[in-house]
Ligand binder design. Structure first.
Ligand SMILES: *Cc1c(COP(=O)(O)O)cnc(C)c1O
Length: 365
């Protein structure tokens, strides 16, 4: 078999290690996964009830246009239904954007390090990559604007940025948008939007009226706790949505995901409670890191990138042996660091005890 040669340059995505695999491999019974920024509180009980009522109807194809969810989300966001597109996770929308706008002879601008999928989709489409280093862990929007040229089709902004957890502020974003040509699509990946508490975080949906070259991506995978069902959405000018519709698969989001997303939207109290608990446990983590003198990036998300000053993969394996799955920074462009998801209070305390023992062990050695 002879594949298209350039796709072999696109790295195969390496997910966080699954809990059952770790239990089996290491003979552990108690394993905590803090590797994939999943919601440690699960999802709203209203979602579980809605899914139970739907489970008898699996023979029927999903609603390809997600009409009910579309109307509900449009009302919730105060946008027109034609401004929305749904994906099998927002990952799929990232792919649709690359497929619709990128190809040979074009380029695309992104931060480095940032979410891995912007890069790999661009490679698959044969576009040139322009990767602009983060500055103090934050997107360098001035340098990114300067990097745009006549072949640039898409710029990716991950806000908060995965893996650093940092945000670009409203004033930084507005200054950037003023410098971007109107025919360059700006993707704002806001997978962690609902976790953010910073007052200077931009509210981007009102910007769509002034900037028709913007697409905002959000997901039900993170704070809504529906990662297993795969559903995310994009909000943009109807013209951008219509381009993406040409590359969307007919039944790309499934019925259970659509039902679950609608029920999840109805329980904003669950979202608020998760956001508050996340901030409390994130604070526990950063207080301990401060006490131990460890550097970390200020996070507005449900994870934190911390410098444990030792080989990332070695630390990863040490924590794994204690039943703690984190994400090694070596695969994320931050050697020496770990990206750790904020868990429940109990999970966080276990994690911090292990980190403290590890750091003190290294200092004695
Ligand atoms: C988790 C994540 C996504 C993908 O989420 P899905 O909706 O589950 O595909 C997209 N972007 C970023 C930055 C993420 O961290």
């Amino acid at each position: 078999m002879i594949p298209k040669q350039h796709i072999l340059d696109a790295p195969i995505y390496q997910p966080g290690k699954p809990i059952d695999e770790v239990k089996r491999e290491l003979g552990l019974t108690d394993v905590i996964k803090l590797a994939s920024n999943e919601n440690p509180y699960g999802c709203s009980p209203q979602v579980t009830a809605a899914l139970a009522a739907q489970i008898a109807h699996l023979a029927i194809y999903p609603d390809g246009g997600s009409v009910l969810l579309r109307d509900k989300l449009a009302a919730f966001l105060q946008v027109e239904p034609a401004q929305l597109i749904f994906g099998n996770g927002s990952d799929e929308i990232l792919m649709m954007i690359a497929r619709a706008y990128l190809g040979k002879g074009t380029n695309t601008v992104m931060a480095k390090p940032t979410f891995s999928q912007y890069r790999s989709n661009a490679i698959v489409e044969g576009a040139e990559l322009i990767e602009v280093p983060l500055k103090d862990g934050v997107h360098d929007l001035e340098a990114m604007a300067e990097a745009i040229n006549e072949r640039t089709r898409v710029v990716w902004i991950c806000n908060p940025n995965n893996p650093s957890g940092t945000i670009v502020t409203e004033s930084q974003l507005l200054a950037f948008l003023a410098n971007v040509p109107r025919d360059v699509l700006v993707v704002l990946d806001e997978a962690y939007y609902e976790y953010v508490v910073a007052a200077d975080y931009p509210q981007t949906i009102p910007l769509l009226e002034r900037y028709p070259n913007l697409i905002i991506l959000r997901t039900f995978s993170k704070i809504y706790g529906l990662a297993a069902l795969r559903i995310g959405y994009g909000v943009a000018h109807p013209e951008v949505i219509s381009h993406l519709e040409h590359v969307r698969e007919p039944f790309n989001t499934n019925t259970l995901a659509q039902i679950a997303a609608m029920a999840a939207l109805d329980d904003q109290e669950f979202v608020r409670s998760c956001r508050e608990q996340n901030r409390r446990n994130l604070q526990l983590m950063t207080d301990k890191f401060d006490e131990l003198g460890l550097f970390y990036y200020p996070s507005q998300a449900n994870f934190v990138l911390v410098d444990l000053r030792e080989d990332s993969d070695l630390v990863f394996r040490k924590l794994l042996r204690q039943g703690l799955i984190v994400r090694s920074g070596s695969a994320l462009g931050f050697p020496g660091y770990q990206r750790i998801t904020v868990g429940t209070e109990e999970q966080t305390k276990k994690l911090l005890a292990a980190v403290e023992a590890l750091v003190q062990g290294v200092r004695k050695a």
